[in-house]
Structures are given as structure tokens and as C-alpha cells.
Write a protein that binds this ligand. Sequence first.
Ligand SMILES: [Zn+2]
Length: 464
Amino acid sequence: MLRTFCALFASLAAVLCSSAASAQPRSAETYATSSPRTLIRNVNVVTLDQRGVLQGVSVVTNRGRIEAILQHGAREPANVTVIDGQGNYLIPGLIDAHMHFQNPNELAGYLRYGVTTVFSLGTPDPMLTSLLETRRRIASGELIGAHLYATGPIIPQNRALTVDQVEPFLDEMQRDGLEYIKVYNEIPQPVFDALVAGAHRRGMGVFGHMPRRFPPEYTITHGLNVLAHMEELFFTTFQGPRDAQLPDLTPDWTPDYSKVDPILDLIAANHVAIVPNLVASFNFQSLWADEGRMLATPDFQNLEPDVAAEWPGQNYSHRNLIEKRMLREQLKYPLLRLLTYRAQQKGILLLAGTDAPIPAMYPGRSLHEELRLLAAAGLTNEQALRAATINGGEAARRFVDHNACIGVIQVRCEADLVLVRGNPLDDIRHTQEIVGVMTDGRYYTRETLDRLAEPRCNHEPCRP
Ligand SMILES: [Zn+2]
């Protein structure tokens, strides 16, 4: 199978299969700039900005960037690789603003679903070496996959720091090239304050949960940049039942709706972005209700074995409380939808994110599920799609990589693009009808991506 694959896709195989042979890996810049000049001809471009949908234009990419957008009938450059876009729609490469790096091969799976950039939110120390190596290999073209932005260890879940350890920790993260930090539930306030000050001084964003040892209002007004899940408000502002309180949970639990506007107004005023992450709550309910159905998909076969082993029988170690956990999600979910809708109305920057590959969150696929759930929560299709593209690009620029130009289809920005059959502004499910994906200016057909996502094809280079 792998042999056939490498023979069939000779040029791709040259990239995939050369890692052992090439002594000198190319730098990211060299790899992107060595991409061929390509013309996507006669396509409908969904810009998601004031230009609207550009009908029947051609997009020229060169050296990993968008070089030009040509009106119908304009003279085309010579010596280009042509992709026929007739009747199809071009959207910016999708951005999953909340996932966890587990395994190098998963990143090809994201690409298969049109996700060209991911934000990994927390890497335990033992996985850090693999993450950094994977980034290097993707940047050099040895490995094909989504671009990976990442934090180091989650504080304090993966590493408990004292205030004195904060500056050396941040120096270490910066040396490794990690772009932002992630804070978690049990962080003490002095450590949070020191981390925020040090991170911001270095231009690093602060992502995270809502710490539980001090009020959410403090976190919002003292430097959190991106809230990793909307459900953090359920647990803090709305005092939703934590695990220890589950035995006492009854169906008549109701949130205090008068708290919705004040907390969101504070978030809006402080320019904190939010990842609604509706899909986690939604898919947990599906998994617990019908595990067989959730796991009966080819995507399950494509999960790395160590990840797949975590999914069946999933109960987060509270099997005896599964009915109560289900009840909690049923009570939580309508509040998450309401908060998401109101946050959009208040102009809060919403970022599509999945928390994949936690159980029931398939890498790549779950981002399309999140889009559908955002639309079902009352966002327009355009607002939903913006959460996975232009908004992610803005978050990247503000909190992650100040030179990023992603999530948009604009001249001089990254040539990260997805060709789909229908217009997602008419029906958000059209994002799932992927014809091909371009990353770093290199175009892959759906068929090629399907093969790349097979376990072990990508990260153990195929050899003829
Ligand atoms: Zn997460």
C-alpha cells in the first residue's frame, strides 16, 4: 500500500520519503518559497470581508503566498500549475484554535479536513521534544500537516511554578520558540500575575481556563487573552456543579441568567477572545448516549493507537456518575449556546476550537461540527466561518505570531486555502465538501490527503 502510494505520487513521495536521505533539512522559508507558482482558475472566492464573494476569479500563489487575484478574462501568468476551480468555492484555510498536540501524524489528518493551522493548548514536558521536532519537520517540508502553534506545559497542571520560577520558565519557553502560555484551574493568583506580566512583556499571549482560586472578573481584567472554553463561565460565574457536587445534581438546576450580560460585557470591554468549544459538550453527550455510533467511522481507524485507546468506554473515570455527567451537559449546553450567541452580538472575538483529540473530538472533522453548532446557536453562516478563519488569524496576530497573515484570502498573505464544492455562506455544511487543500502554496487533492491521513504513512516516510 505505501509502496503504491509513493509510486503514484512521485513528487509528493519525494518530499515524504527523503527525510532520511536529506542531510540538510530546508528551512521553513526555503520550503515555502520553493513551492510552485500555481493558478486556481475560475473560482468563487469567499473573502469574508467587505469584498464579499468574488465570482469566477483566479487566484495566483507563488513562494507560499497569495500573489494576485485576477478578474475573469485577465491575462494569466505563464508557466504556472493550473487547478480548475470552475463552479467551486475557495475559502481561507481553517484554524482550530484549541487542540492538543499528541502525535505527529495527526497533523495530516487536520489538513485532510481543510484545517491548515492549529493552536495546541498545552504540552506536557515529556511531549515537548516531539512537538518541537514535528514543527521543524512540517516547516521544512519533511512532514505534511497543519501548521502548529503551541504552548509549553500547562501551569500548574503540568508544571507547578513559584513566583520566582516564572521568569526562568518564560525564558525557556521563548528559547524553544513557543508562542503563548496556558493557565489552568488551580493557579495561585501571585503566579498568575507574574506569568501574565512576564508573558506580555515578551509578546506572548495568555490562553487558559478561568482560574478557580480567584474571581473570573479578576482574570478578565488582569490579562487573560483567550478563554479556552465557554464552559469556564458555567463553572465560575454560574457556579455549575463540579465533579464533587455531581451526586447532588438535579434536573431543576438553572443558571442565573441575569449574570449573562454583565460577564460578557466585561469580557468585551477587556478584549478577551473566547473559544466556545460547543462541540465538546455536544459530542460527549453523543458518545455517552451511543458509543457504537460515535466510533463507527473511518476517522476512528485513522486515530493513532494511543489516542484511540482512550476513547471507548470513555467516562473520565466517573463511570458511576455517567448519568449525572450527562445531566450536567444537558443543563450546561443551552447556557453555552446562549452565551455564544450573546458574545457574538457584543462583538467578542469568537474562535472555533475543538479540544481534539479528547474523546469524541476527531481531529479536523470536529471543527466542522463546531461550525455547524455555532450556526445552530444563532450565528450566521458567515459569522461561524469567520470564527474558524479571519478571527483565528486576528488572534494569531494579537496573541501568538505578530507577523501572521492567515485566515484570509488576500494578496501577500499565506497561501493556505481550501477548495470546496458549495458556498458555505449558503449552508455551513459545505465546508465539509472538500475538493483540495493548499498549504504553504502546495496543493493536495482530497484523495492524496485521505492517503496521508492513514496512520503511519506520513510520519514513517514511505519508501519505494
Ligand atoms: Zn484543551
